[in-house]
Ligand binder design. Sequence first.
Ligand code: EPZ
Length: 419
Amino acid sequence: MEEYILVEKGHPLAGEVQIEGAKNAVLPIMAASLLAKNNTIHLQRVPQLSDVETMAAVLSNLGAKVVRNGQHMHVEVPSILQTQTPEHLVSKMRASVLVMGALLALEGKVSVVLPGGCAIGSRPLDIHLRGFEALGATVQLSHGIIEASVDGRLQGAEFDLAFPSVGATENLMIAASRAEGKTILRGVAKEPEIIDLANFLNAMGAQIHGAGTDTIEIMGVETLTACEYEILPDRIEAGTFMIAAAITQGDVIIKNIIPDHLQPITAKLQQLGAKITIGDDWIGVQGNKDYQAIDIKTGPHPNFPTDMQSPMLAILLCADGVSTLTETIFENRFMHVEELNRMGAQIIVDGRTCIVTKQSLHGVRVKATDLRSAAGLVLAGLLADGETRIEKLYHLDRGYVDFVEKLQKLGAKISRHSS
Ligand code: EPZ
C-alpha cells in the first residue's frame, strides 16, 4: 500500500509546535546502552520513529530487551550479548553499525555486514575501522562482512580521525569508554549529539572529557552501570519547522529546544530576511514577503548542517537574486533538485553547488529520495500553486514524528493518504 501526502500553497502558518527528542542522538545512545551489562537503562523523550524501531530490533537481536511506553524506553541488557548484527537491519539502517563499539568493548568481537552506500553517498566506514585497530582490534573484511575482534580488552590509544565523522566519533567514544587506559581522539565531530552521547556515557560511569571540542579524552572503566537519561531535542526537526514558518510568511513558536543548537539555521534565516526571536527553550520565527538571496555552505558542526540542506533549498526559491548552496559532506545529496525542477524551479547543479533563483512553483507528483528531501519537498509544496503529491513517505517517517499532523495544527493545507 503506497502512502502519499497532498499539500497546497500554505496559508501563513501560526501557532506553536513541540519538538521531539533527536533521532541522531537516541540512535547512538541506544547502541551505547549495551555497555550496561546486567542493568536496565531508562531513556526519556525517545521519538516514535521507524529508525528507532529498527535500532530497537537490532538490540533485541543481540539479546537485549527493549520496552517502549510512549516517549519512554528501557533497555534491559543481559550478561552475554550476541555479536552478529542482523544483516537485514544493517542494510535497512546504516546507523546499526553504531553497536560495533559496544560489542567490541564487551564481547571482544563483532561482525557486521558492510552497509551499502545509500542515496546520498558511498558512506564508507574506514575511519570507524582504523580507529578500532588503533584500540587494539583486528579488523577483517571479506565477502562484504566486517569481522572485528580483540583478545581481552581494548587498549586505550591516541587516534586522529581523517574527517570529523559523526558516526566514527560515536563508535570510538563508546568503544574507548571500556578500554584499558586512556584514549585521546583528535579531529572528532563536535555536533550536539556527540555531547549528548558523552553525557549519557558519563551518566553510566564513563570518564569522558572534551566532547564538543576537537579532542575527546576518555579514561576507560571496567564497568558501566544503569542510568536514567533524557534525549536532547531534535535540532533538525526544529530547523525544518523554522523554515516552514518562514516559507509561508507565518508566525510560529518552535518549543522545547536548545536555541544555541539552531545557531547556523537562525543566522541564515535572518540573513534571508525572516524575523527571529530567541527564548531560553524556544525560537519564534516570523516570515517576510521579501527575502534576499544568500550563500550557504554545509559543513561539520558548527557549520551549516548537511541535514538542513534540502529543507533550506525550498526557501531559497523565494529569495530575490541568485543564491548558492554548496554541499561539502555528502557527494550525492542533490537528488531532490530534479523533483524541485519538475515543480518549476530552475536550479542549476554545478558540481557540489546548487545555483538557485526565485521561481514560482506548481504542484506536481514528486518522490522523496531520502529522509531530508522528503521534508524539503513538503516545504516546497507549501509554496507551490495547486496541489503537490509527495510519495515514498517511508523516508519521511524515518526522521519526523507526526509531520503532517504538526503542520495541520499550524494551519497548513496538508493531508496524508494511502492508495
Ligand atoms: C550522521 O551520519 C547522521 N546520522 C546523518 O544524518 C548526518 O547527515 C551525518 O552524520 C553528518 O552530519 C546519524 O547520526 C544517525 P559521517 P554519519 O560519518 O555518522 C564520510 C539524517 O538525515 N565518512 O559524519 O554516517 C562519509 O562518507 C542522517 O538524519 C568516511 O569517509 O555521517 C560522509 O561523506 C543522514 N569514512 C562524511 O564522512 C567513515 O568512516 C560524513 O559522514 C565515516 C564517514
